[in-house]
Design a protein around this ligand. Structure first.
Ligand code: GRF
Length: 302
């Protein structure tokens, strides 16, 4: 079953409960009906007739979703976050901390993007992350779907072979400007950025690299760690500076390499750690609790 949270009215009382109790979206949906009264499941061809009958009896009705075959979670609710956020502002705007508009840039599977989306949904009452845009450089990137499902604007910016890095980056900058982006979060974005672009976004762009930097820079860092035979590896979230896979470290996570570890198993366990630290590190930056020092060499905690 797939429900669309933007299709029914969620009375302000639920937003109030969420703010006052600091309750996650997941918990709200498990515990309360969040304004969804009686639910009827009818064949699509009968929906108009059924709605007419309900209305003739003086009740309102809305089409709130559809029954679809799902392999994972049996029921999902899309766009729930947006409705709650809007309501929160009207209920108690003083309690909502100012948010920063974030663009996540992806090229592939997008599991880090998905983890950040989930984090924002589950912490919507207190997060300072406003996921305002996803940029992908591939129309076929499977991560694009995560943006669409969450109702986040998605821009696919393909880099033509004839385009220079600078030309591409100026289009990237224009798009970021159109959406008033304040912070960039690189999440497996496989396009080399020009030095000019990186300099423009110094202190406002972060990246996740799958190793304990400064070890194993470059591609396939989990593979490099396995080949080297280290017993521990992990991941690093850092501010982006012109030098590749360098820049002040915001957060790191550790993964122990097991005796019979394979590349696939290490990537899987490594990514689970990435998903946790990336959202936390981004929150530190958007909330202003961590920033890059002016000499770009270290971080400052506020
Ligand atoms: C991650 O391993 C990240 O550390 C690296 O690229 C990969 C992206 O994975 N920079 P996903 O697309 O987020 O699943």
């Amino acid at each position: 079953m797939e429900l669309d949270g933007s299709k029914w009215n969620q009375p302000d009382i639920f937003a109030w409960l969420k703010t006052a109790g600091d309750v996650s979206n997941e918990e709200m949906l498990k515990t309360f009906n969040c304004g969804l009264g009686m639910v009827l499941i009818v064949g699509a061809e009968h929906s108009k007739l059924v709605q007419k009958m309900i209305e003739e009896n003086g009740e309102n009705s809305f089409i709130v979703g559809e029954v679809i075959h799902r392999k994972e979670k049996a029921v999902i609710v899309k766009n729930f976050n947006l409705r709650i956020s809007q309501n929160l502002t009207s209920v108690n705007s003083k309690k909502v901390l100012p948010k920063k508009r974030v663009a996540v840039l992806i090229s592939g599977i997008g599991t880090n993007l998905k983890a950040i989306i989930d984090y924002v949904e589950n912490n919507s009452a207190r997060t300072t992350i406003d996921l305002a845009l996803v940029i992908s450089n591939k129309s076929t990137a499977s991560g694009n779907k995560f943006a669409l499902d969450a109702g986040i604007p998605l821009k696919v910016l393909l880099k033509k072979k004839t385009q220079s890095r600078e030309e591409y980056d100026s289009i990237l900058n224009e798009t970021l400007g159109e959406f008033n982006i304040e912070i960039i979060c690189l999440a497996g974005y496989m396009v080399m950025l020009s030095e000019e672009f990186v300099t423009k976004w110094l202190g406002r762009m972060i990246n996740i690299h799958p190793s304990i930097l400064p070890s194993f820079k470059g591609i396939d860092a989990y593979g490099q760690a396995l080949d080297y035979g280290v017993q521990y590896t992990g991941c690093t979230v850092h501010f982006v500076v012109p030098e590749m896979d360098a820049g002040p470290i915001i957060r790191q996570g550790i993964v122990e390499i097991m005796p019979n570890e394979t590349h696939d198993s290490l990537v899987e366990r490594g990514k689970a750690v990435e998903h946790k630290i990336y959202a936390e590190a981004l929150e530190l930056v958007t909330s202003g609790k961590v920033r890059m020092s002016n000499d770009t060499k270290s971080i400052e905690r506020l």
